[in-house]
Write a protein that binds this ligand. Structure first.
Ligand SMILES: NC(=O)c1ccc[n+]([C@@H]2O[C@H](COP(=O)([O-])OP(=O)(O)OC[C@H]3O[C@@H](n4cnc5c(N)ncnc54)[C@H](O)[C@@H]3O)[C@@H](O)[C@H]2O)c1
Ligand SMILES: O=C(O)C(=O)C[C@]1(C(=O)O)C=C[C@@H](O)C=C1
Length: 375
């Protein structure tokens, strides 16, 4: 498939079906690039909201999209894609779901049964998202610098494949081609099991005391951010990849059982030899695993520099820091706050481009802000 590419341009119109976080973010990015973006959601109110938020415009009679992007939950992707193949006979139809094999199979089987042209279908998966759902959380720069996986089926035409690649490029992402089952095995490791572990870990906090939670630092926040994800969406994603998730969870369970035994014996008056070594091995194996993740923050953030500034916990202080940056014409790329109840200082993690970093450092010094580190 990769070898035979046609000269084709992504010109639009592009119809986005499913105007949530991902569909909305794609629409915003493509609209920003000057394409005519059409929006359709099963909820008419969401369609209107998406249009008001700048995702695109509503579909009009006679519209003939060049591309249809299905950004609905995974359980309905295949049927929505099949309906789109039927409704728009000139369009390339793709989906962006987090699992690929069952959807590809559903489209191929459905197309054969309904006499539709499956060569116009191609699966994709932008490897970027957020823990919040819905179009209100959409951002046009969500996919910049991230992987955009293109997952053709044996039926996908070179034209559809080329258009899907062009979509990834237009989103500012790095295009990667993978087969459906290889994709699903990969995301079980890098996305699905991490989601489950984060959720299970965070669920332990429901029995922790208020006093304990008041001590929460960045370690807990780093490991639980995605525990805020939407259960309705994730039950569909995870159940569509159950066979690949189960063995990884089983291995994880065995690791946890071994560690549990080690901690139980360490707690005895006469601990068994080897328990400390077992714990050390577990932490060291984690070092090995994390060292294999390419790029510290994943993709695009590499080009940013994160400066941590101490901000007094007083009204208006954060606004004062941002005003100082604005006055020096330093563009804020991202901002994350770390602040725990009862602490007199908060940490503002301010991301700027590497080019802006020296000016930010100089400004902080000049205006008397304390810096707690730079990454
Ligand atoms: N959230 C992420 O981090 C992420 C990242 C990459 C890919 N994905 C995939 O993108 C897809 C959308 O996820 P999301 O996070 O944007 O979800 P979301 O809940 O924010 O949006 C889904 C939208 O689809 C609409 N919808 C549901 N059924 C529909 C139908 N039959 N026809 C038209 N619209 C319908 C909903 O009303 C909603 O507006 C999923 O398949 C998901 O696996 C999600
Ligand atoms: O960063 C997040 O919030 C995500 O959950 C993104 C994430 C991921 O696991 O990397 C989640 C699901 C998607 O299918 C793709 C991306």
């Amino acid at each position: 498939m990769g070898a035979s590419r046609e000269a084709v341009a992504l010109e639009g119109p592009v119809l986005v079906i499913g105007a949530g976080l991902i569909g909305g973010s794609i629409g915003m990015a493509l609209g920003h690039a000057g394409l005519d973006v059409l929006v359709r959601d099963s909820s008419p109110g969401t369609t209107r909201l998406a249009c008001e938020l700048g995702v695109g415009r509503e579909v009009r009679e006679g519209d003939e999209p060049q591309m249809v992007i299905v950004a609905t939950p995974p359980d309905v992707c295949a049927s929505v894609a099949l309906d789109a193949l039927e409704e728009f006979p000139g369009a390339c139809v793709l989906d962006v779901a987090s699992v690929k094999q069952p959807i590809a199979q559903g489209v191929l089987d459905g197309a054969a049964a309904r006499g539709l042209d499956a060569s116009r279908y191609v699966g994709t998966h932008p490897m970027a998202g957020r823990e919040v759902a819905g179009v209100v959380a959409a951002r046009g720069d969500l996919f910049r610098g991230r992987a955009f996986v293109v997952v053709p089926t044996p039926a996908t035409s070179p034209r559809s494949f080329a258009l899907a690649r062009l979509l990834g490029v237009e989103l500012g992402a790095t295009v990667v081609e993978i087969e459906p089952d290889v994709h699903d095995e990969a995301v079980a490791y890098v996305s699905h099991v991490p989601q489950i572990v984060s959720s299970v870990l965070a669920s332990r906090l429901t029995v922790a005391s208020e006093a304990a939670l008041g001590l929460s630092g960045q370690g807990l926040r780093d490991t639980t951010r995605i525990a805020a994800s939407d259960p309705r969406l994730w039950v569909e994603i995870l159940s569509a990849n159950a066979g690949r998730i189960a063995p990884i969870l089983k291995a994880l369970g065995e690791d946890l059982d071994g560690l549990t035994r080690a901690f139980e014996t360490l707690d005895d008056m006469d601990p068994q030899p080897g328990s400390r070594a077992r714990i050390a091995r577990a932490i060291a194996a984690g070092n090995d695993g994390v060292a294999r993740i390419p790029g510290k923050h994943g993709g695009g953030a590499e080009s940013f520099c994160r400066v941590t500034v101490l901000v007094p916990d007083e009204p208006g202080e954060l606004a004062r820091l941002l005003t100082h940056m604005g006055e020096e014409n330093i563009n804020l790329e991202d901002l994350r706050l770390e602040h725990s109840l009862g602490q007199r200082m908060g940490l503002a993690h301010v991301s700027v481009t590497r080019v802006d970093e020296p000016r930010l450092t100089a400004m902080l010094e000049k205006r008397g802000w304390a810096r707690a580190g730079t990454e």
